[in-house]
Ligand binder design. Structure first.
Ligand code: SAM
Length: 301
């Protein structure tokens, strides 16, 4: 019996040595992507901690590519066709959530348009406006935000200190429009849960307007592209963000491929058409912190 036990221990030790050897060879060959899962996970955690540190940078420490003050006219240019009209149609009983709002400049412009002749004008016709919620992990409120919030009271809110997944539907309520411009959809390490939460916060008939930079486009790819977000199916074959989203139950997805932008970008509108939403689960395979991060996800079986 003791003999059997000790040979099992020896086999286990040999297998562990072999695993270490494989990792050394794989590293030497630069094949980091095929690391065993248990060795890859601490590396993912480290990158996610690095990402959190990027969110918290302040003043001169904020990387120039980490832009937090895009206004409503930028949103009108960056979001899918129809966003401005849809926002313009909302009235006082309605609600708009901006996930990853940064300084909340788009909401400030909605309430106090800086230039009535600017293209964003039709997003915010004077008069009956929706109430708006800005959400940002880190607090980037400016004096202008505090001033407007003091005059508008409950019409605008700024939620900070945690990411979308930590809020419940009961806490936030439901929205007619949800936007995300280089926010959670671009930065999350859990894409399917993120979309699931967004859809749970959307009223049936409401729309989620977003974009994803550096992805395989529905309308075809440009040669020599550096991808930021890559998806693959369960067999490891490339999957487009739009084809994945279109597998979600109870939504209507429209994509506009921008192949001539600096980074190929998909502008996406997801309309919720019924309440029984179910998003095909994607698991995180790679994550490298950045602004935005590099991410790779794989469809679960
Ligand atoms: C690059 S800034 C973009 C700010 C703004 N949308 C703009 O275009 O100026 C990224 C924003 O996304 C937020 N963010 C990233 N991941 C998030 C998540 N999972 N939940 C909520 N906010 C998130 C950050 O806190 C920050 O406010």
């Amino acid at each position: 019996m003791r003999l059997v036990k000790s040979s099992v221990i020896e086999w286990k030790a040999a297998a562990a040595c072999l695993a270490v050897l494989i990792v050394i060879v794989v590293q030497a060959l630069g094949l980091g992507a095929v690391w065993p899962q248990e060795l890859a996970e601490p590396r993912l955690d480290e990158e996610i901690v690095k990402q959190e540190k990027i969110f918290q940078r302040r003043g001169a420490d904020v990387p120039s590519g980490y832009i937090t003050n895009r206004g409503l006219s930028d949103y009108a240019e960056l979001l899918p066709t129809g966003f401005c009209d849809a926002l313009g149609r909302l009235g006082s009983p309605d609600r708009w959530l901006d996930i990853g709002a940064g300084a909340g400049q788009a909401i400030l412009d909605y309430y106090a348009p800086p230039d009535p002749a600017a293209p964003a004008e039709k997003c915010a016709l004077p008069g009956d406006l929706a109430s708006a919620v800005a959400m940002s992990i880190e607090d980037r409120r400016t004096a202008a935000w505090h001033q407007l919030a003091a005059s508008l009271g409950e019409r605008i809110r700024y939620l900070t200190g945690k990411s979308l997944r930590h809020y419940s539907v009961e806490e936030l309520g439901k929205f007619q429009i949800i936007t995300d411009v280089f926010g959670g959809f671009t930065y999350t390490a859990d894409l399917s849960r993120f979309v699931e939460k967004v859809l749970s916060l959307l009223e049936v008939g409401g729309g989620f307007y977003t974009l994803v930079p550096g992805v395989h486009l529905e309308g075809g790819d440009k040669l020599g592209t550096w991808y930021l977000t890559e998806l693959e199916d369960a067999g490891g074959r490339p999957e487009k963000v739009c084809s994945w989203l279109k597998k979600t139950a109870c939504v209507q997805v429209t994509c506009e491929s921008k192949s001539d932008w600096k980074r190929p970008t998909e502008l996406i509108k997801v309309e919720k058409v019924c309440s029984d939403v179910s998003v095909p689960r994607m698991k995180l395979v790679e994550f490298e912190a950045g602004y935005p991060p590099d991410r790779r996800f794989q469809l679960e079986q």
